[in-house]
Ligand binder design. Structure first.
Ligand SMILES: O=P(O)(O)OC[C@@]1(O)O[C@H](CO)[C@@H](O)[C@@H]1O
Length: 383
């Protein structure tokens, strides 16, 4: 494996700094507006927002679930500004603190309540998803290979529908081309695994999950794959990250539609019933580390499938490491530690990128960062 590049500390990145001083307080305002929170919950949320903007990071209360573990993980960062910690680490801790502030982990009324559900549900009921579901009738008419590629691209660009990102970036419609396109290699990988099992590490609920489910249906129905293991988050995270509940909501959205979408929903329900589609999770998916630190059980699971496909920006950061890589360092080199063939489908929404051709990088211009963070560019990379 190549030498590790320096980790991204938020103070070194205007984009990451904004996540703490703008995105997180705006998210907290939305939560305050969406729920009948009691005074203590409101106080805890407002304190967390203030801490993010100009306070210092406080550890979890000593009696909170997982407090010892987080105490050990974050010893070097508590008492310092949020932006002084590694970006990836501090964001994960923010979501742990956010859920803790409303009582998600405590016995009582708020235990297990997904505070992001109103935002996810609005997206699922909206016109973007309606158009996406309706478009399946046309895609069904395409030849099998063209349909596969169309669904792959739809799963890729579906990653723009990230509700955390939209808090500060808005829902833009501008898209540029792919900065890296290993889709031929990815299809070869899937064909060589024909009839086998593939892991898909999901990202967002709503529009993106609908696109992922439609792609999964295509891969299973066409016989390309015998089994898909879909990994979701064990708890609400990064606003729109999918949990098992979201997979259920998306499946029901497909089943409630007419035409091709309903067929997709029915086939997926059948695939789940006979084990060809399995939904799984692991606590590590909400841990503040990249995949080099994955636990042995997860490593063994990824090693047992023919390939793993990771969706989205955060999974990409965790796959290659949230680091200031030279953008031309090969994807295969950085991901060589991964237990088995691996691919990434990601729209670019943070500083990290690897695997670019020098010519592509020259065209994008390495000085400006908008192409890295605006969600207008995307990539498909495979090892
Ligand atoms: O993983 P996703 O949904 O594609 O993107 C997550 C994201 O919006 O959140 C992080 C910043 O808060 C970045 O990784 C990215 O901008």
């Amino acid at each position: 494996m190549t030498d590790q590049a320096p980790a991204i500390i938020s103070t070194d990145s205007p984009f990451a700094t904004d996540v703490f001083v703008k995105r997180h307080p705006a998210l907290i305002e939305r939560i305050l507006g969406a729920w009948p929170l009691d005074p203590e919950q409101q106080r805890a949320l407002r304190a967390l927002a203030d801490e993010n903007v100009d306070g210092v990071m406080e550890p979890l209360p000593a009696d909170a679930p997982g407090a010892d573990q987080w105490q050990a993980w974050g010893r070097a960062y508590y008492g310092k500004p949020w932006t002084a910690a590694p970006f990836l680490w501090a964001e994960s801790f923010f979501y742990r603190r956010l859920l803790g502030a409303v009582g998600y982990f405590d016995d009582g009324l708020w235990q297990g309540v997904d505070i992001f559900a109103p935002f996810k549900q609005a997206e699922l009921a909206g016109e973007v998803v309606a158009a996406e579901v309706g478009a399946l009738d046309h895609i069904a008419e395409l030849a099998e290979d063209d349909r596969g590629q169309a669904l792959l691209l739809s799963s890729l660009w579906g990653n723009r529908a990230d509700l955390g990102f939209q808090i500060t970036a808005g829902r833009g419609s501008e898209t540029s081309g792919l900065v890296a396109d290993d889709s031929d290699q990815l299809w070869k990988l899937l064909q060589s695994a024909r009839g086998g099992s593939v892991a898909i590490v999901a990202d967002n609920a709503g529009s993106e999950m609908i696109a992922d489910l439609v792609l999964i249906d295509h891969l299973i129905t066409s016989g390309t794959l015998g089994e898909v293991v879909l990994y979701v988050k064990p708890a609400p995270y990064y606003v729109s990250d999918a949990t098992i509940r979201d997979v259920g909501d998306c499946l029901r959205r497909l089943l409630a539609a007419d035409g091709a979408a309903r067929g997709v929903g029915e086939r997926l329900r059948g695939a789940a019933a006979d084990g060809r589609l399995r939904v799984w999770t692991d606590a590590f998916f909400c841990a503040p580390f990249d995949f080099t630190a994955m636990p042995d059980n997860l490593r063994a699971q990824f090693a047992s499938v023919s390939a793993t496909i990771l969706k989205g920006d955060l999974n990409y950061r965790r796959l290659v490491g949230d680091r200031w890589w030279d953008p031309t360092v090969p994807f295969g080199e950085v991901t060589s530690y991964f237990p088995g063939p691996v691919a990434a489908l990601r729209t670019l929404k943070s500083d990290v990128v690897v695997g670019l051709e020098p010519g592509t990088l020259a065209t994008l211009g390495d000085s400006g960062t908008a192409w890295r963070t605006a969600g207008t560019h995307a990539l498909i990379q495979a090892s």
